[in-house]
Design a protein around this ligand. Structure first.
Ligand SMILES: [Zn+2]
Length: 405
């Protein structure tokens, strides 16, 4: 019988049989897992698939729900049943339709906008069907925030915990995930920044969810951040390598980004250093952008040096100079930005240290001290820190020195 089956498998007869019977799709795809990630203003639903699949998505009302049909899909044996609802999803229901589709219904807590796309395999995941649920538009427009009276505003420090949600970042030999340790360090840093007069921290993510890189920048710009600090603990092939590094955007990365901003300014009402590019001719816009980028890059360099100096006191630093790279998240043309590799999670000793709360606090304290030193040496006009630095108000002294420079 086995031989007979092998003989007809793949034959025209079998194909004909299968296509004649619509509820047995010829190219079934397994749904291996359904994962949900909630952020404060969006929820992402990810289906891990064994292969490419056709799908359709409908957003329905009364009650609010999203109906997703995936052609020829089965729930893989061993896959868990519908996950619990989270964020904007009240509950997940699944059913097999007689026409061969797997139907997934997401019951919603409120009306939303939905979009879906099939993501190609990468080094971490296979095919994924991604459904993004968000509030009606809004996300694309930076929110202008009045954060202090004009006579003395607070400095806004955007703190960006790398990765999150479906993107765990690097994973150490003992299973430590970068996304978890960098969030812990980012939160610790935010506490320290908020405890300091004249400074306010904003976290680009404050939970286990993924925020696209451009949205991280957009959030920082929406808050009119004075500095952007991205926190990472990536891995490196050579497990012996340890120590901290601090990166700023390379000149090449800045040039690429400038072209993009100029190309897109038609449909963006973005401001560069407080000047709108919208109504400027090409040459003027490019000069303004260039000035803003050069100013941001040199400020980034000086701020990054201060942070690197403080990290050197906590432990090893990998290289004594600030490094340059084309990290997307550093590309805001008008916000000084740096990326801190706190340590390499690929090094087993560093991995263990990264898990320790006291060590996380030490790293956060070093970054905070560096940021503090930078702003006291270069206080932006009109800020409370400018008053404090000039002695117009009582000065704060922090442990570890450097406050009075
Ligand atoms: Zn990372």
């Amino acid at each position: 019988m086995g031989a007979f089956f092998r003989k007809i498998a793949g034959s025209a007869l079998l194909s004909a049989l299968l296509s004649a019977v619509p509820w047995v799709p010829a190219h079934a795809v397994d749904v291996r897992a359904i994962r949900l990630w909630a952020s404060p203003d969006s929820t992402r639903v990810v289906l891990d698939l064994s292969g490419s699949a056709q799908h359709s998505l409908q957003v329905l009302k009364n009650p609010d729900r999203v109906v997703l049909d995936v052609a020829g899909a089965h729930l893989a044996s061993g896959a868990r049943a519908a996950p619990a609802g989270t964020g904007m999803v009240k509950q997940v229901r699944m059913a097999r339709r007689p026409t061969g589709e797997m139907r997934i219904v997401l019951d919603l807590v409120r009306p939303i906008q939905a979009k879906s796309f099939l993501a190609a395999p990468n080094d971490r995941y296979g095919y994924r069907l991604v459904i993004d649920l968000g509030l009606a538009s809004g996300v694309e427009t930076p929110v202008k925030v009045e954060h202090a009276p004009p006579d003395a505003r607070d400095l806004i420090i955007a703190i960006d915990a790398g990765h999150g949600g479906e993107d765990p970042g690097a994973i150490g030999m003992h299973g430590t995930r970068e996304k978890d340790v960098v969030l812990a360090i980012a939160r610790e840093l935010a506490l320290k920044v908020n405890a300091e007069p004249g400074m306010k921290a904003v976290l680009t993510r404050n939970g286990d969810y993924f925020v696209p890189l451009r949205d991280r920048m957009r959030r920082a710009r929406g808050q009119q951040a004075d500095l952007f600090v991205s926190i990472h603990a990536d891995s490196i092939r050579d497990r012996r390598v340890d120590g901290s590094s601090v990166y700023i955007l390379s000149q090449r990365g800045a040039t690429d980004e400038a072209s993009r901003w100029l190309a897109e300014r038609e449909n963006a009402s973005d401001l560069i250093g407080g000047v709108s590019l919208d109504d400027k001719d090409n040459v003027l816009a490019s000069v303004l952008l260039d000035l803003s980028q050069s100013a941001s890059l040199s400020a980034s360099q000086v701020a990054a040096e201060r942070v690197l100096r403080q990290l050197n006191r906590v432990g090893e630093i990998r290289k004594p100079q600030v490094q340059q790279a084309r990290f997307m998240v550093l590309k805001s043309p008008d916000i000084p930005s740096m990326l801190v590799e706190t340590a390499y999670i690929s090094n087993p000793q560093e991995e263990l240290r990264l898990r320790s709360q006291p060590h996380q606090a030490k790293l956060a304290a070093a970054i905070h001290q560096g940021v503090h030193d930078y702003f006291y040496a270069n206080p932006p006009a009109g800020t409370r820190v400018a008053q404090l630095a000039s002695g117009a108000a009582p000065r704060l002294t922090l442990a570890g020195g450097g406050a009075g420079e």
